[in-house]
Design a protein around this ligand. Structure first.
Ligand SMILES: Cc1cc2nc3c(=O)[nH]c(=O)nc-3n(C[C@H](O)[C@H](O)[C@H](O)COP(=O)(O)OP(=O)(O)OC[C@H]3O[C@@H](n4cnc5c(N)ncnc54)[C@H](O)[C@@H]3O)c2cc1C
Length: 472
């Protein structure tokens, strides 16, 4: 109890004036960005919109030694510490309001051992940058569906993407990490060294320290068969898509976005505004075999657009909308379901039609395969047996519309729930402790809390989906 009180007292008593920007500039030179600096607004901007946090200082660390010094500064001043890799946290956890941002953007070194099929990557890299560089060697590690997501956040939460059924989660390819813990020490973490911490950072998020480098396993993934397939959405086509995705070999991972069609130039004008399945498919195997596996998807309904083709794996990450200026605001929920039958598909169509958001989507990801073969207690990500991940979201522009969209998202998720109460931490919003516990069911929660108590007893790393130290 004593520690918690002192942590809270520290955060309450901290004032930005406690940090001497002058001294920081002497220590970190041009790596310090303060409110009076020209680049401050750009540096405090994160991917999601609607987040207007004003940190006292942003420090663009250069190496693990810098990281250790910033962690110590936060510990000594009591300032709130935000850790930023790719800045995609949907709740703005990577930008503190009034505290310190430790920004890893300048730590982008990547050492690929093509022969040994491993890579050491600094955590300022994005998934897209890593994927492009690895593809030069015909190799890949699986991340998510978006290239600009940072490898820091996605890896620490689990990592569900286009290779999930073939090779598992990102953490299933994590071999080792270097982590600066709350006491400022740099630890080598792997199955032999600090195995408890290695278990915890594979799903437990940024609760345990700042990961400065990850070592990943690489797989031979060069030319894949896949890309985008757009189908008209009906209850039948949605249910059939999911049935085909479940029946397909593990080489195939799919992400089906059911949504009202935006006015995309490659869609016939009569499809604009109608509900479509905008699916991304990746067959990581022989291209000819991939053609055959994709054929049943093409046959579900007459495609509105068929862009399936052999491609180099990084092409699955297209150039992103708005060149860094796209900052969507969304009301979103994440859940797992066991099946999407016609009735669940009807529910999806009804909610999408009813949304008043500028865009509304139900994203369906069939899981299983390699991900499901890892025992549930092998890592802090425990949802190995969950069958389908569903993310629902409504995008909107006006802040006053937030309550209505939040109700819609919450009702939509409730209408789809089938008994799997778990949640994937990387898609959680600001939904309170019960949902964080849903991300870490049963023993996972207790084990994480005791490891947290060992490595971060004062909860220095608290601006995250927080796991409080045991006993607090
Ligand atoms: C458009 C979009 C698409 C997405 N698609 C997918 C997907 O397909 N699959 C998937 O699994 N997830 C996906 N996500 C979720 C994504 O994995 C999480 O939002 C993740 O936290 C983002 O990582 P980041 O490094 O970009 O974010 P940041 O905002 O920089 O970091 C998020 C949090 O992670 C922690 N963190 C980050 N780096 C470190 C570090 N080096 N050390 C310690 N803690 C750290 C911190 O707590 C930080 O607050 C998506 C998110 C968005 C916005």
């Amino acid at each position: 109890m004593e520690n918690k009180t002192s942590v809270q007292a520290q955060s309450r008593s901290f004032k930005p004036a406690d940090i001497s920007i002058h001294k920081l500039r002497a220590d970190f030179s041009d790596r310090v960005i303060a409110p009076q600096d020209a680049g401050y607004d750009a540096a405090r901007t994160v991917f999601p919109g609607g987040i207007d946090h004003r940190p006292a200082v942003i420090i663009r660390v250069r190496d693990a030694n810098d990281v250790s010094r910033v962690v110590s500064l936060a510990r000594e001043t009591g300032a709130e510490l935000a850790i930023r890799s790719g800045g995609h946290s949907s709740v703005g956890h990577s930008v503190s309001d009034g505290g310190i941002v430790l920004d890893l953007a300048n730590m982008r070194d990547l050492q690929i051992d093509a022969k040994g099929r491993t890579a050491w990557a600094q955590t300022g890299l994005t998934a897209g940058e890593y994927t492009k560089a690895a593809n030069v060697h015909g190799l890949a590690t699986g991340f998510g569906d978006t290239g600009s997501v940072g490898i820091g956040g996605i890896t620490l939460g689990g990592g569900v993407g286009y290779l999930v059924r073939k090779y598992g989660l990102t953490i299933d390819d994590l071999l080792a990490a270097e982590v600066v813990t709350a006491d400022g020490q740099l630890l080598q973490v792997d199955a032999k060294n600090h195995p408890d911490l290695f278990w915890a950072i594979r799903g437990g998020g940024g609760n345990f320290g700042v990961a400065t480098r990850f070592q990943y396993r690489l797989h031979e993934v060069d030319t894949i068969m896949g890309g985008m397939l757009i189908l008209p959405a009906t209850a039948d086509s949605i249910a059939s898509f999911i049935a085909e995705a479940e029946a397909a070999p593990e080489e195939l991972s799919t992400i089906a976005n059911v949504m009202k069609a935006p006015p995309m130039p490659f869609l016939p004008p009569e499809a604009h505004g109608k509900v479509i399945i905008m699916a991304m498919l990746v067959y990581a195997g022989d291209v000819g075999a991939g053609e055959q596996v994709l054929a049943p998807f093409r046959a579900i309904a007459k495609p509105l657009a068929d862009m399936l083709k052999p491609m180099h794996y990084p092409e699955i990450y297209p150039a992103e909308e708005g060149g860094g200026e796209y900052h969507p605001v969304a009301a979103a929920r994440t859940l797992f379901v066991d099946s999407i039958d016609r009735s669940a598909a009807e529910t999806i169509l009804n909610y999408l039609q009813a949304s008043t958001g500028s865009m509304a989507v139900a994203q369906l990801r069939v899981l299983g395969g390699a991900m499901a073969r890892v025992p549930t207690d092998a890592t802090a990500f425990a949802h190995r047996n969950s069958r389908i991940m569903v993310n629902v979201a409504a995008l909107y522009e006006k802040p006053e519309e937030k309550p209505a969209h939040e109700v819609w998202a919450s009702d939509f998720a409730a209408a789809l729930r089938q008994g799997d109460e778990g949640a994937y931490v990387n898609f959680l919003g600001d939904e309170g402790e019960s949902r964080i516990r849903a991300a870490y069911p049963g023993q996972t929660w207790d084990r994480l809390r005791s490891i947290k108590a060992r490595y971060d007893p004062t909860n220095l790393f608290r601006l995250n989906q927080n796991i409080p130290p045991a006993g607090k």
